[in-house]
Unconditional design. Structure first.
Length: 237
């Protein structure tokens, strides 16, 4: 009952048309999380890009200092000596050509990130129609096609996340859980914002970050004052 009253009080303070400071937005999202499970907190950046043009695409990875709060399952497409390296780094699924064939034949995709050694790409490349639509296709730009497989696996396990814009110019990234301390969510939000700002394509014109919204899994979106957010990012550089 007390939680319901607190949630109701928080919603009375919330105005979906208003922009809030990053700190106030984080506080509102946490206070309006009503689900019985530990909801994720997600950030959505609406960017001033033309997603139809290849020279304006925004894609990469960023290490969140406090992780996402989610256990990340990693599949490593490797062979030879890299098999042991991948296993030692914590990969959940390890294999080469045979793993690619298993997936091609309808095998389960029970992983969140796929990392491949360059020499495995002729096999992994054939899985484009399966992995691509699910955002699982390894790509050099996101650091998931690399010779340093062990390092990549360890980083993704520790909180490195991949980001890329959708066809509407939005970048959607999890920044933690409702159970995180406000400082942890803020730290992740600032790290992500810094990365997004640095990833601005040279061809993008006008205002780059048009809108930033954060929300919990079941909660409403809270708009952040982008000017304040960018000022905080610049202050930490």
């Amino acid at each position: 009952m007390a939680k319901s009253k607190n949630t109701a009080a928080a919603k009375r303070q919330y105005d979906k048309s208003s922009q809030y400071s990053p700190e106030d937005a984080v506080a509102l999202v946490r206070s309006m999380a009503f689900a019985k499970f530990d909801e994720s907190v997600d950030a959505v950046f609406n960017l001033g890009i033309d997603a139809r043009k290849a020279d304006q695409l925004v894609r990469g990875t960023v290490s969140l200092p406090h992780g996402t709060g989610k256990e990340i399952r990693v599949a490593a497409f490797v062979g030879g000596e890299l098999i042991a390296e991948a296993e030692e780094a914590g990969a959940d699924i390890v294999g080469g050509k045979e793993l690619a064939e298993e997936i091609s034949g309808g095998g389960e995709l029970n992983f969140d990130i796929a990392i491949a050694a360059p020499d495995m790409m002729p096999h992994v490349g054939k899985l484009g129609s399966i992995l691509g639509p699910r955002g699982l296709m390894p790509n050099p730009k996101s650091g998931t096609v690399t010779k340093d497989v062990g390092k990549a696996i360890a980083e993704f396990k520790a909180g490195r996340v991949e980001y890329r814009n959708d066809r509407y110019g939005n970048v959607h990234v999890p920044i933690g859980k409702v159970s995180f301390e406000p400082e942890q969510l803020m730290g992740n939000l600032i790290a992500l914002s810094d990365e997004i700002l640095r990833a601005r394509p040279a061809a993008a014109k006008g205002r780059f970050v048009r809108k930033v919204t954060i929300s919990s899994t079941m909660g409403p979106g809270v708009n952040i004052d982008t000017g304040q957010l960018e000022d905080q990012v610049k202050a930490l550089r």
